[in-house]
Structure formats: structure tokens, C-alpha cells
Design a protein around this ligand. Sequence first.
Ligand code: PLP
Length: 765
Amino acid sequence: MDYTKEIEELMRLEYQIDVKEANVKQLYNVISKLIMLKVSNDWHNTRCADIKKCGYLSAEFLIGRLVYANLLNMKMTEDVKNSLANFHIDLNEFEEVEDAALGNGGLGRLAACFLESAATKGIPLDGYGIRYRFGLFKQNFINGFQNEEADDWLKWGDPFSIRRDEDARIVEFSDMKVKAIPYDMPVIGYDSKVVNTLRLWQSEAYEDFDFKAFDNMQGSENAINEYNAKEITAVLYPNDNTYLGKVLRLRQEYFMVSASLQDVLAKYKTKKHSLKDIAKYQIFQLNDTHPTLAIPEYLRLLQKEGLSFNEALEICHQSFNFTNHTIMGEALEKWPVEMLEKYLPDVLTEIIKLQDIIDNTLDNTKYYIIKDNLVHMANLAIFVAAKVNGVAEIHTNILKADTFKDWYNLYPDKFENVTNGITPRRWLVLNNPNLTKEICSLIGDKWICNLDELSKVKSYVTDKRFLEKFKIIKQKNKKILSDYIYKHDNILIPTDFMFDVQVKRLHEYKRQLLNAFSILYIYYGIKDGSIKNFKPTAFIFGAKSAPGYYMAKAIIKYINTIADLVNNDPEVSKILKVVFVANYNVSYAEKIVCAADLSEQISMAGMEASGTSNMKFMLNGTPTIGTLDGANVEIAEEAGFNYNYIFGLNVREVAKVKENYNPYELLENNPKLKRVVESLIDGTLNDLGSGVFKAIYDSLLNGNNPDNYLVLADFDSYIKTKLIANQDYGRDIFYEKCLINMASAAKFSSDRSILDYNKLIWHLK
Ligand SMILES: *Cc1c(COP(=O)(O)O)cnc(C)c1O
């Protein structure tokens, strides 16, 4: 297809200019409109189909940059590229377009991958969430410290969304009424006629809003309530894996689920089915507890429609399923009863009715929703949901054996595992076109929609020609990344270095500190001659810290300070480089995962529910250095343990070590590690008087829970394994590991995850 004429016409329609006069934003909006035009019939047909659908309720959708992914999935990339070439415009110009970062990390990115896979596989899964005015903050560094800036993503326009005023809903809190306006995005699958919808709600002032009453809420006591309706969806909370009992966050969660459920009910009522049958047509997946207020809200709405409480509860049992994403206590949501009483009394009433059922039928010391004046959202979800799932085998086993042990004993059939996945379209075809082409030349292109086919590549892993091709492609990807890092972060990384990468949110449990210590250990080892023949390595970090997470921010400063030390050392910098790239996001991830030589997945065993970046690296042919945690376990099983670098304490050993752990003694018996740790306090590294390095030191050695994540306990095993990986690098056996990993990644397609959800939980056609 030649789109030249349509591009010209759309440019006139939208901007009244010729294509040659257009800037990047205008071009981006026109090309996006062209995609919308081409998808509109399939979108309409999918929307109108009167079939059972599932709503994926999620506070986050980390969709990233959509224009290239949509062109790819519409199979329009080549034609649009050629059409633009007629105007001497390069498709790469859209690299400037910023990501839609309506999510923090893994959980939000998972939601985006799931929607894409469902559309590709023809499964009727629609997303419901929040249209944050500002997404996850943009990160830069000032003197090595993280600095946050607002993410004004809408400055590029929002050409893939359609505002649907006709579907506006009213969401009521005890103190305010808010209008919810949906913005719909088509979810375009790869080469698929099914186009699902991502409906994101924006809050706006309700016309009859009582500004006088609002005005009267003066004084600091009420300051927290003094936002207007618009502010509910103003900004994404930048906390990953943590619960903050903030009223505004409660409002966001309720706003999203109330609007979505009202919407579903209103649409259902236009069809001629009985309300009692609604669960035969519409079910929901709760992405973590953030949307769990949907359960009492649905109870409330169904009763308003005339059903009895018991009828409404039966529908809820059939309608809701719950995905748990973490076992960390600090991440489990527990809303104070008095907060719900104050802002959402009618919702609280329904929750109390559920607690009454428990009091009357179960041992309420073991089973409870409300306890100590807190509403335990995970328990609420488990009590009502038809199915509860963990996101990797090991994580589901921990849920059953530990976190939700009593619930599992009560409802063993409720619990399922659905291991997370990633879409191979964005995470191989789009970000690694050269490797994609090479794979297609070997085994055709069926693997793109059926990743099981990728295992056919296994018969080529010892093929010298293929191995050489892979090396060349990796080298090209490394050059692209190196150029980008130089431009973006002003550090030059030679492409013949090993690229050792840890990219993910900054969390103590993810143990970026362990990686940092190993770098300093290697630095000292090279200097004193105890580490010889170390193959030149660039240690690449990317991570945002929650703005209020003191220790995470301290670790960022520490790594940036190590980077200064190493990169400015005239001798060692010939062998080592350290870079912490700023503003790690989906688009940066796309460039990084295809260029990495080693994937760092080093969380304390039991802490990372699944991880998904581990899968992105694997699919791009990068071995993992990792603990037996989350999906690392399944990665090692799929590829073979010898093809990855597994180290450290397992879940059982972690529990054992924690019984009587003495990090102080451990350091006294390990002078080399002691020297590394003392860099935090001996003046080697300067935190500019902030005291953050001493705080890290204290977290490891002093206080109630010293070294809570066993950084020091796993150090020896880690450094040993890291040095082995370093010696393997560049040899044929190393590239064999790369290729075996890539060829064994089929399980980690989110297509497989979605088909698992459908088979075990949703049962959609
Ligand atoms: C995949 C992804 C994540 C998740 O990374 P984990 O290492 O699994 O925690 C986080 N952020 C971005 C931008 C991603 O693309």
C-alpha cells in the first residue's frame, strides 16, 4: 500500500499544512491517525460482538511508545516507511516521541503485554484504568542524586485515544461528586482482526459541583480534601510495591472501579439479557489489590438494580478473579475502616456484610477481612474471587504454603499459577529487528504468534554460521546502545566490553547494592592484582526510586559515586566502566535488552514474585546471573541450569540463615568484603555530606533487622559466579548459552500467559 496521498490529506485535515512543513509532533499525530483510520472497522466489529468478555482492571498500564508497535501489528511499517520516504522523512524521527508511562514498572508493563497478547490471540479482554494527567516522573541526576520532574506525556498529543463524552459516568464520594470521562484506545494485536479496547478514565468537575461547600472546607485539618475533581486522576503514585494509606490514592482506586462497573452495567442493560446472567457475559481480572474495591462496589450497584445481597454476592463470586503480585508485607493494602467510613460509607457497608458472613460461618481468628480496624484488601479479594493466582510457580507455592496458607486450606481449588510473560512482538520483533530477520530466515515467521516454534532454533545453536550472525547482531545492538548512552548520559562505553546489566525499579529486595559491592570488589581486586585477566566489562544500571524511598535513593547516589571513582581511574577505567542511565523506561528497555551480555536478576530468594525483565533478556539471547527467585527458576528449568549463572541462597536457606544471622561476624571473617562495605564510611566515597552512605552502612550492620535482604550472606556466592561468567564471556560456550536461552524462551510469551488465564480462569471463546 502506498499511503502518500492519505498522509497528505490527513496533514491538511489536521493542521492545514503540507507534509514538508510538518514537525515531528504533527507527523506523529498524522501517522497515528492513519493507523486509527485503518483499524476503525475491526475495532467497531470487536466492540459490538455480543460475547462473554473479561475486563482487566488495573491501576497501571505501562504502554510505552505505541506508534511503532501499532505499525508493526498492523503490518504497516514498511509501507509507511516508504510513503514517508517520498517526503524525505525518516520513520526513526518518532524516537523522539515520549512514552506513555502510566505505570511504575513490572505490574503495569505486564498489563500492557497482556492486552496486546489477548488482541493477538483473539481473546476478548478489555483494559480499564486511569488516564493520569502526569505519568511516572522523569528522572535525572543532580550530583549523583535522583531528581524528579513531571511527566507531561500529553504534550505530544494522544492520537490513539478517543474521548467518549457520551459514556461519561458520575462517581460519588461522601464529600464530592466527580465526572468520569472515558478515553478509549484500540488494542491492536499482531495480524489480528480482534481489536480490543483500553478504556482509561479521566476525572473532571461535575456541573452541579457545590463549590460553596467545597470552599468551606478550610484549614489544615481538611487540607487533604481540598482538591477539585480534576486532581483525582492528576498523577500516578510513583511507588512500586508499597502501600501508602493516602486518601487521594483511595479516591483513585474507587474512581476507576466505580466508573468501570457502572459502564459495564449500563452497556449490559441495553442488551436483553437478565441481570442475573451478567457473569455469563462479563467477568473481571483484578490486577493486584488496587482495584479490589470493585467487589463491594459491584455488590452495591447490583443491589441498586434490584438484586438481593445474596444474588449480588453470587454474581461477584462468578465475576471476580484476583492476581497477587507480591508477598511483601509493606505492599499489602489495608485501608483504615475510618477512612472508608468517611469517604465511601456505602462501600464500607458492603464490606461489613462480607465480614459478617465470615463471622457467622468461619473461624474469624484465621479468616477476616476487617481486623484491627483495617480492611485487608487481599483477604477481601480472596474471599469473594472465583480464582486467585500467583505469577510464577515459586511465588504461587509461597502463597499456598505461607502468605495465604489458611485461605489455601479452606479453598484449595481457588488457587492457580499463571506464570507471567512478555509479548514477543515488542520484546523481540520490534526491539531487535536484525535478530528477528535471522530467526525468520532459519525457521520462518510462525513463531511471532506462536512462540513454541522458536524451539526450532535449538538445532542451530552449534551451527558456526548462525553463531557468527548472532555475534554480529549483538555487536550492532551494542553499538546502537553505546551511541545512545553517550548521547543521553554522556558516558562512552566501548562495544567490545561485556555489557552487564541490571535494569528494574530500585528496591532493597532487588539488591542493586549487591551488584554495586561486587563492582567495588572487582575494582579493588584489579588494583591490588588479586583479580587477573578480568575481561573488560561495563556495568549498566537503570532504575527509578520512589521519591520518598530514602534507602533506594541512597543506593542510587552510591552507585553514581562508584561510577565516578571507576570511570575516572586512569588504569582501571580501561577495563571497567559503570553507568547509571537516567530515566529508565520502556523505550530505554527496548534498546538495552537486545544489547546486554548478562542479565542481573539477583533479588533475595522469595522476594521477586516473577520478574519480567528476566524474560525480555532471555528472549533476546542474554544469559541470567540470578538467584532461585520468581521466574528465574522457570527460566533456568527451560534453558537448563548449566546455561545460566545461578547462585545464592534458595528460599529455604534464606529462612534458615535468618534464624540467627550476624552480618557483623560475617564481615569480620571476610576482610575483602569488609573493605568493600567500609567504603560507605571510610571516606573512600563522598556522599556530599548527606549522610546517605552511613545510612546504608547502618541498614546492613545496625538496628533491628540488619541486612534484611542478606546482601552480605549472598556475596561470596555471587562474586564467584560473576567471575566465572566473566571468564566465559567471548568464548563459544558463552554464545551457546545465549542461543540456548533465546531458543528456550517460548514459555515466557505473554500469549501463553493469556491462554493459561483463559483455560484456567476466564473460559472465554
Ligand atoms: C519490564 C520492565 C520492568 C520490570 O522489570 P523487572 O526487572 O521484572 O522488575 C520495569 N520497568 C520497565 C520500564 C520495564 O520495561
